[in-house]
Ligand binder design. Sequence first.
Ligand SMILES: *Cc1c(COP(=O)(O)O)cnc(C)c1O
Length: 407
Amino acid sequence: MIRINENFLKLQASYLFANIAKRVDAFQAQHADKSIIRLGIGDVTRALPQACIAAMHKAVDEMATDSTFRGYGPEQGYAFLREKVALHDFQNRGARIEADEIFISDGAKCDTGNMQELFATDIRVAIPDPVYPVYVDTNVMAGRTGGFQDDRYDGLVYLPCDENNNYVPQLPEERVDLIYLCFPNNPTGATIRKDQLKEWVEYARANKALILFDAAYEAFIQDDELPHSIYELEGAREVAIEFRSYSKTAGFTGTRCAYVVVPKECRAFTSDGREMAIHGLWNRRHSTKFNGVSYPVQRAAEAIYSDEGQAQVKALIDGYMKNAAYIRQSFQDLGFDCVGGENSPYVWINGRRDSWAFFDLLLSEAGVVCTPGAGFGKCGQHYIRISAFNSFENVEKAIARIQNVLS
Ligand SMILES: *Cc1c(COP(=O)(O)O)cnc(C)c1O
């Protein structure tokens, strides 16, 4: 008898964005004349940088000639890209990371979701609340949790992030083995200072724990004091894996390219206490299950690091950050407490009411789609997330409609 992995039955039926899409479709079906402005799902809206497009075209042409054609590439990514990543994203910022510690992939979603495969099923996992749902759901699938009750899975250690701690989780009272951190954060847009991140690195070192640091929004950081990488902190190489993505940075959500950094000193332990390098384990897993990112896409990603590419990416990000600042200011002017939008493309708004009710109000009265905070965890129940991923024109229009409804 073919039996299923019953951990899947513990998952909550409706994935957040599917539920949103269902409500938006239902509204649009009833109000065909109303234009809807989407500030919900975290997807970029602006075209790829020209430098990336030119590099991709050139790579496609290489594929059309036998002498320059490429078949299977290295699963870990082409050296031309891994070397640029190590130099520009880390070494130039004072973080000691080598090209062979970079694993190119098709997404930080996949990487953050897959990494847990390397670890035992009976470890203690700490997850911020609110959180990017992928960290939770992949641990549920793997059997690291019990059932779902009172908006939470049994067996996970939740780290609440709210006004009381400025949306930066505090060290847990109980001992944990695997810690997910994401800064700048999705959904809250909050950031972490170096001294705060240092506490986590020290915790991981003292407790033989591991930090999975998701820096998918690193490129949105405007404040020079904030860390872009966890490897800017001393001692992090042994206890942290970092995830990056070109999705939000350079508009690659539909093109697909990201990477994970696994330093060679990064370690985990066998049940009898022997230290193992995670680098070798991840290399084995990655090369067994993944075929590498396509050559033209890696060339497009490489072009981000050219002078032209850097300038174009900055222009993209500056555009989204202008939106973010406008959204944050407008909600503050309406009397709401907000976080985010200063070093991230998300504004997290305390709506002081049920988040799905606020979502429905903005959809039905303003025709604006946001994301209800409850979809990111129990601590998000009274919040909504507004994304800056749209044109300034649409953001202005959305804010004007919201002001009409709420003031
Ligand atoms: C968007 C996002 C990612 C990654 O996206 P990919 O498109 O899979 O690279 C990772 N983490 C967070 C928190 C995100 O919001």
